[in-house]
Design a protein around this ligand. Structure first.
Ligand SMILES: [Zn+2]
Length: 266
């Protein structure tokens, strides 16, 4: 069983065949999908999908590309949306100095505010960080999150920083890039960190792995990511599948909360 830890199925790339694909995904072994919000609209759409499909869970948050339009009251909107049971994290949030679609100071401001929100709600965070390693790390440390930390999605930093994040209780998100020939640094990261700290993700519709690089990505391609991690770590694909499945549940699902629901039913 596969745990898809990061996808954007609200993307219009799926408008033509979303229903058909969602029918097929469980048949292909995809047990859970975390559908990621990237602004208020896609956060809302994520929740709609989670309401409709039992295997889909949602996150809500505003991506660094889009924080330029963010207003104070939008934090309230996020807070309201996060109250829904199947919202399992705040994200994706973070810093992107590569594209810098929003000014750096604005990115930092709203990253801080959304980290605060996650802490208040005791939800883990889904972090996007591109060419902003140090600032991302510093702001996360400054936020002093609770026990449920989160994931550094589509990790692109150094081995040392990955170890620092793991030390702090974070998971490292590994996607299609791991299958690319030039992904030397990322392969070293995967080699150096324990399997118990890796989540697998597609970031669909983006970043399809080899042999589908450049095409539309979907969760059925997670198998290529599993195979590559298995080769790097010298274990079986089954072991990678099982470990990343357990890790996904551990990170995204509040076991205590679920147990208390079960307790209520008895
Ligand atoms: Zn994403």
């Amino acid at each position: 069983m596969i745990f898809e830890s990061h996808a954007h199925y609200n993307s219009e790339e799926f408008n033509k065949d979303r229903e058909a694909l969602f029918k097929r995904l469980p048949e292909e072994g995809i047990q859970y999908i975390i559908n990621i919000g990237a602004d208020l609209r896609t956060s809302r759409l994520s929740i709609e999908m989670a309401k409709k499909y039992p295997f889909i869970y949602a996150t809500v948050g505003v991506h660094p590309h889009d924080v330029k339009d963010m207003k104070e009251e939008n934090l309230e909107h996020l807070l309201h949306m996060a109250a829904y049971d199947k919202v399992v994290a705040i994200g994706e949030i973070g810093l992107d100095y590569h594209y810098e679609h929003s000014p750096k100071s604005v990115q930092k401001l709203w990253f801080r505010e959304q980290l605060k929100l996650a802490k208040e709600l005791d939800l883990p965070v889904v972090i996007h960080s591109r060419e902003a390693s140090k600032d991302t790390y510093d702001l996360i440390m400054e936020a002093k999150l609770g026990d449920r930390k989160g994931v550094i999605h589509c990790y692109s930093g150094s081995v040392e920083m990955a170890k620092d994040y793991i030390e702090e209780g974070f998971y490292i998100g590994i996607g299609g890039v791991i299958t690319f020939k030039n992904a030397k640094k990322l392969k070293e990261v995967v080699k150096a960190i324990p399997l118990s700290k890796i989540l697998i993700e597609t970031d669909a519709p983006y970043l399809a792995p080899i042999p589908h690089r450049g095409k539309r990505n979907d969760s059925t391609y997670l198998k290529y990511i599993i195979d590559e991690i298995a080769i790097i770590k010298g274990v079986s694909p089954d072991e990678v599948e099982q470990a990343t499945y357990d890790n996904g549940k551990k990170m995204y699902f509040d076991v205590e909360k679920i147990n208390s629901w079960l307790g209520c039913q008895n």
